[in-house]
Design a protein around this ligand. Structure first.
Ligand code: DC
Length: 275
């Protein structure tokens, strides 16, 4: 892969409140299968020590989930910057898996091929611009539906959350299953959504700003298809954690969303006397 970037560019350094009118209508999820996350009730019940126990300050974890083009990535980056936390765009892990499969002319739908690629994902390459293409986006949604792939990427995500790269003492992870599966004990959980039409408009603007010829109808159709694939798959589908703050950004300015999320993080930091 080209364009190697430092870890921190792609991986840069609780709620239950808020409006509840997400669009599209994601499922409300209970914690799903998978190894117990560090520090969770399940890991404690199994006698596992939390990853940060005995190592001083534990990591403060912000989980942000939501559908494609909802603005969660930008929000995650801004929150990480404001609070000095590390950021992990978990969608990039699935995209990197897909890229590795495509580069080897493999079939993204083949579980063994995709799982092997997931094990080879190098977190230092998540900022590769080649991960952003349409072909990779489609293949990423195919590999993301394979349970073995999700399992292969689990430890990396949980380790990042529990032990973010220094000097950060907290982590912001954005994706589809962060609050439900990856970090069910996150300190703050946000579910960022918007109507499909609003998301399509934003995506069209974004693409045109990059000089690409974007047609609203085909962008809308693409988003509908991606929503369906992300929400309807068996393995860790897009879902709202029961204790997540839902922010519907359809009519909200990105700065207002950022301020609202920042307030929630600041309040939770204070409540937990986290420093
Ligand atoms: O957010 P994105 O478009 O970069 O995500 C790429 C694909 O990966 C998309 O189909 C959703 C999937 N994904 C996932 O299944 N779980 C995550 N935590 C993040 C992304």
């Amino acid at each position: 892969m080209s364009g190697e970037k430092p870890l921190t560019s792609a991986l840069s350094p609780q709620a239950g409140r808020g409006s509840r009118s997400p669009s599209p209508s994601p499922r409300v999820s209970r914690e799903r299968e998978g190894p117990a996350p560090p520090g969770s009730a399940r890991s404690a019940a199994r006698g596992q020590a939390p990853a940060w126990e005995g190592e001083g300050q534990r990591s403060f974890i912000v989980a942000i989930d939501g559908p494609a083009a909802s603005g969660k990535g930008t929000l995650a980056r801004r929150l990480a910057e404001r609070f000095g936390f590390a950021h992990l765009d978990t969608g990039a892990l699935y995209r990197a898996t897909a890229r590795l499969v495509l580069d080897a002319a493999g079939d993204p739908a083949d579980p063994a091929t995709a799982e092997a690629a997931a094990h080879r994902v190098d977190p230092r390459l998540l900022a590769d611009p080649r991960l952003r293409g349409d072909e990779v986006a489609v293949a990423a949604s195919v590999v993301a539906a394979i349970p073995e792939v999700r399992h292969a990427l689990l430890a990396l995500q949980r380790n990042f959350a529990a032990q973010p790269p220094a000097p950060a003492h907290g982590a912001v992870l954005d994706g589809r299953d962060i609050g439900t599966v990856i970090c069910p004990v996150a300190d703050v959980k946000l579910f960022v959504t918007a109507s499909t039409e609003a998301r399509a408009c934003r995506r069209v603007k974004e693409l045109r700003a990059q000089g690409a010829a974007a047609i609203y109808e085909s962008v809308l159709q693409d988003l509908n298809q991606r929503d369906a694939r992300d929400s309807e798959r068996q393995a860790a589908p897009l879902a709202v954690a029961p204790d997540a703050e839902v922010i519907d950004t359809t009519t909200l300015d990105a700065d207002i969303v950022f301020e609202r999320a920042s307030e929630l993080v600041a309040r939770t930091l204070k409540e937990k006397e986290w420093q």
